[in-house]
Design a binder for this molecule. Structure first.
Ligand code: SF4
Ligand code: SF4
Length: 197
């Protein structure tokens, strides 16, 4: 049976997570023993106040404050947490479900706005590209090397015998078709309208 997005507003946060289609059947959120291994291995926790162990605890405690916690937007879905969890839980997927629930409220969310260009890149070129808002930060971290890479990426790929980075022709049309039929295109448009209204 395919699980659907959160259907019942009276569901506890734990029920919302467990019922979501992203939660695989054996996902062990109920077995979380609060060992903190996820947090100790989480890059986002290392560089911010985000704490996946605490997030899981708040979901289990049905504590709605987790929905207003700006730190949950620091997770970048690397999936390290789940690969180390002794309970076969995935804080990464828990985070995705919470953030999705927040976004479904249809309110403006400055955290997501920067990433809309990532979605538009999928639609236009069939691949995601790093939003331009992060360009200055990447240049600050990697220096001129990053600028050179951006400018010469296609040449470098061709030298390595790789195809163009962006999809073209049939492959691009197939991606566009999938994005449209899955509702992605329409949803992205709604997010954009919401932020620009
Ligand atoms: S690693 Fe797994 S069991 Fe340990 S706190 Fe994180 S989610 Fe819970
Ligand atoms: S997926 Fe998110 S919570 Fe898990 S380790 Fe990566 S950044 Fe941390």
């Amino acid at each position: 049976m395919i699980k659907k997005d959160h259907k019942n507003d009276t569901d506890s946060l734990l029920e919302v997570v467990i019922k979501d289609y992203r939660a695989y059947p054996e996902m062990g959120i109920k077995r979380c023993l609060q060992c903190g291994l996820c947090t100790s291995n989480c890059p986002a926790a290392r560089h911010s106040d985000y704490d996946p162990r605490e997030m899981v605890k708040m979901v289990r405690d049905n504590n709605p404050e987790i929905m207003d916690n700006p730190d949950i937007w620091n997770c970048f879905y690397c999936y390290t947490c789940g690969s180390n969890c002794p309970a076969n839980n995935s804080p990464c997927i828990v985070n995705q479900i919470l953030r999705q629930k927040i976004l479904l409220k249809g309110e403006k969310n400055t955290r997501i706005y920067k990433f809309l260009t990532y979605g538009y890149s999928y639609m236009d070129f069939g691949v995601g590209s790093i939003p331009s808002d992060f360009f200055d930060a990447l240049v600050a971290d990697f220096g001129q090397m990053y600028v050179e890479l951006k400018i010469n990426l296609e040449d470098i790929r061709h030298d390595l015998g790789l195809e163009d980075y962006n999809l073209k022709g049939k492959a691009l049309n197939e991606v566009k078709s999938i994005l449209k039929s899955s509702g992605f295109t329409n949803r992205l448009k709604k997010f954009k309208e919401c932020h620009e209204s």
